[in-house]
Design a binder for this molecule. Sequence first.
Ligand code: GLN
Length: 466
Amino acid sequence: AQEALNKASSLKQLNAFIEINEELSLAQAAAADDLLAQGQGDYLTGIPMAHKDNFVTEGWKTTAASKMLANYLSPFEATVVEDLRKAGTVNIGKLNLDEFAMGSSNETSYFGACLNPWDHSKIPGGSSGGSAAAVAAGIIPFATASDTGGSIRQPAALCGVTGLKATYGAISRWGIIAYASSMDQAGIIARSAEDIVPALDRICHYDARDSNSVNYCLADKNEIGRVQAQYDNQRRQFDSAGDKPLSGLRVGIPLEYQGDELNAEVATAVKAAIQQLADLGAEIVEISLPHTPECIPAYYILSPAEASSNLSRFDGIRFGHRSTEADNIEQLIARSRAEGFGHEVRRRVLLGTYALSEGYYDALYVKAQRVRRLIADDFKRAFAEQCDVIVGPVSPNVARNIGDNKDLKAEWLGDIFTLSVNLAGLPAMSLPCGFSSDAKPLPIGLQLIGNYFKEGQLLAIADRYQ
Ligand code: GLN
């Protein structure tokens, strides 16, 4: 833990961390040592890691990278934080993100942009930019992150690390500051699939405090071991298939993920990765997810709608920044919100309020929900009839320059390959599959999308590929 703290402070210019608190971390490290001394620890005990700063922690501030919560100290900790603390991991700090996880670049953070460790003039991606950058820079072996529309997979891809977003309902959302509740889901970013397994296994379980938590193993409420067992079984099966380990595995390649928006170097790297899967014995099948283009309008109606409702609690009274410039309560709320939220958050609250307003609700919100069902049905059909796993790009491009975000439409179009997964609630991961030919080469990510609750299978495939 001390080593990780030293590394974090020597790499301060990356701005991957919003808060570091050595005293708290070293106390956790001492507790881990005690556990180990009593012979009670396991493979996670004593491992340094860090949490995205939208997971509430006790002791450390939780800001969601917003001025609104710049001094917020939570009275309780998130289930994920509790799980990993109890496993003896040592939290070394809170990681930078886009404000309230809204963005794909980490540039909307009130605490400033985080830099891509491969090239400091580039974005690390977002919203979990700090998580991906800290792992890519070798500060910590793994980090927690959340993914509402690609926020684990896209930064993992842009920073050349491995990230997995679990099935909706597999990991408790309790204590993760809500953005769009019907899509928010946690996961882990690490350097390899193998490194994700133990941490993910620990946090994938039923939790009564999250009303959408799925009780997957009705017999065993704890479920600890499910992901690990699925991963181990799948690996055993691969091993027994000799020099064609992936034989029998049907890999679906969506037609719609090969369009003109895809940068040529990304397309080439993804193609080569698919060939590699074929060489390992996988059967490659062309599939179609015809409603893919509609994921952008559907997501950018639904997520702001949910955000506008979720963020209504930040009124300067119950939570957050309070304006000193108000004469009455209405002004107090309006000014606190205007001062506390950044530009992107205000835009989304306005968009969402509009989509939910009387007269537009049916035309926008209800319609987007219908489109969402069509998108989920595309995946359902593919998994039922054609393939076991879906493979494609994560982001149409490699990391762009910091500050180059003039065009909002281009920014939103960059989410074309990640949003459908959240609308459908599926598990998905990103793993490195190559580099660009830039003077400072930039990483390219490969996306694996699995059927519901197939996290262990995805990780085993990724492991074979890696
Ligand atoms: N880029 C998407 C957005 O801005 C994804 C964010 C996320 O997954 N948290 O909403």
